[in-house]
Design a protein around this ligand. Structure first.
Ligand code: C2E
Ligand code: CA
Ligand code: CA
Ligand code: CA
Length: 278
C-alpha cells in the first residue's frame, strides 16, 4: 500500500510539473511573441445596408508566429485575459491598428474602428490616454475609434468603469456592449454604464429562419434597443436571409462573412477602396 501510494504520488507530481511547465511555456511563448511583435490586427468590415456604405470595421487579434502560422484569438485570448498579458497585447495591436487606419483617409469619410477590450481595461484611464496619444500622430479623430466590451466577463469596479466610460465619451469615443444578451450584466450594465450601442451576438443571428427559442430573444433585444434609442450592430451575418430579416427590423449596421471575413490590412485597404468606388 505504501509502495502504491509512493508510486501514484510520484506520478501525480510528474503530471503536475508537466502541467505547470506547459502553462509556463505558454506564458513564455506569449512573452516571446510580444517581444517579436507578432500580434497583428485583422479587420472585418461593418456595413450599413440601408445605403450600402462602409460604417467601419472591427479590429480582431491574430498571432502571426515566426514561420507564418496564424493563431486564432480563441487559442490565446482566454489565457491572456487571465494572465494579464491582454494589456501589452492590446497596446501592440492598438499601435499597429491606428497606424494602419491612419493610411485610409478615414478622416474624410468618418468611418469607425471598433476595438475589443475586457472589463478590466475600462477600469483605468490607461487605454484612453494611450489611444489619444496614438491618434495625435494621425488625422483620425477620437470619435473614429470605439471600444467594445464583452458582457461575458464581470466588471469588478463598476463605479470606476462608469467614470472611464464617461471620460471616453467626453472625448467622443463610444463604448459598445459586445456579445449582448449572452452574459452577465446585460441590461443593468447598459443602465449603470450608460451604454448606447449594442453588438448583437451571432448566437442570436444564426437562429433567423429557424424556430429556435433564441429567435424570440433576438426579436426582444431588437425591440429593447429600438425602444431605448440604441445603436445596434448585428454580427455573424452569413446569409442574405439574415441580412434582410435584420434590415426589415431596423438593424441596418451589419457585420459577418456575408460582407467580408476578418482580413489583413492590405486586403482591408483594397476592400475599402472597392466600397467607395462602387
Ligand atoms: P467577437 O468579439 O464576438 O468577434 C466576432 C468573432 O466572430 C470573430 O472571431 C469573427 O471572425 C467571427 N465572425 C465574424 N463574422 C462571422 C460570421 O459571419 N460567421 C462566423 N461563424 N463567425 C464570424 P475571431 O476573430 O476568431 O475572434 C474571436 C473572439 O476573440 C472575439 O469574439 C473576441 O471576443 C476575442 N478577441 C479577438 N481579438 C481581441 C482583442 O484584441 N482583444 C480582446 N479582448 N478580445 C479579442
Ligand atoms: Ca467583438
Ligand atoms: Ca461580438
Ligand atoms: Ca460574439
Amino acid at each position: 500500500l505504501f509502495l502504491l501510494g509512493t508510486v501514484t504520488g510520484g506520478l501525480c507530481l510528474v503530471l503536475y510539473r508537466l502541467f505547470l511547465s506547459r502553462r509556463l511555456s505558454l506564458h513564455a511563448l506569449i512573452e516571446q511573441g510580444l517581444e517579436r511583435d507578432e500580434f497583428v490586427p485583422f479587420y472585418q468590415p461593418i456595413v450599413d445596408v440601408s445605403n450600402n456604405s462602409l460604417y467601419g470595421c472591427e479590429m480582431l487579434a491574430r498571432w502571426v508566429r515566426a514561420g507564418g502560422d496564424t493563431i486564432s484569438p480563441m487559442e490565446f485570448i482566454p489565457y491572456v485575459e487571465k494572465s494579464g498579458q491582454i494589456f501589452p497585447i492590446t497596446d501592440q495591436l492598438l499601435r499597429k491598428a491606428v497606424r494602419d487606419i491612419g493610411k485610409l483617409n478615414w478622416h474624410l469619410t468618418q468611418q469607425v474602428m471598433s476595438i475589443n477590450v475586457v472589463p478590466d481595461q475600462l477600469e483605468s484611464m490607461d487605454i484612453m490616454q494611450k489611444s489619444l496619444a496614438l491618434l495625435h500622430t494621425t488625422k483620425i479623430a477620437p470619435s473614429q475609434i470605439a471600444f467594445e466590451v464583452t458582457e461575458r466577463k464581470r466588471f469588478t469596479n463598476l463605479t470606476m468603469a462608469s467614470d472611464v466610460i464617461e471620460q471616453l465619451r467626453d472625448c467622443g469615443i463610444d463604448v459598445k456592449l459586445d456579445d449582448a444578451g449572452t452574459g452577465y450584466g446585460g441590461f443593468s450594465y447598459i443602465q449603470q454604464l450608460n451604454i448606447r450601442s449594442l453588438k448583437i451576438d451571432k448566437m442570436f443571428v444564426e437562429t433567423i429562419g429557424t424556430s429556435d427559442i433564441k429567435l424570440s430573444l433576438l426579436d426582444s433585444i431588437i425591440a429593447f434597443g429600438k425602444e431605448a434609442g440604441m445603436e445596434m450592430i448585428a454580427e455573424g451575418v452569413e446569409t442574405f436571409e439574415q441580412s434582410s430579416y435584420l434590415a426589415a427590423r431596423g438593424v441596418t449596421l451589419q457585420q459577418g462573412f456575408y460582407f467580408g471575413k476578418p482580413m489583413a490590412f492590405r486586403d482591408f485597404a483594397y476592400y475599402c477602396k472597392s466600397m467607395v468606388s462602387r
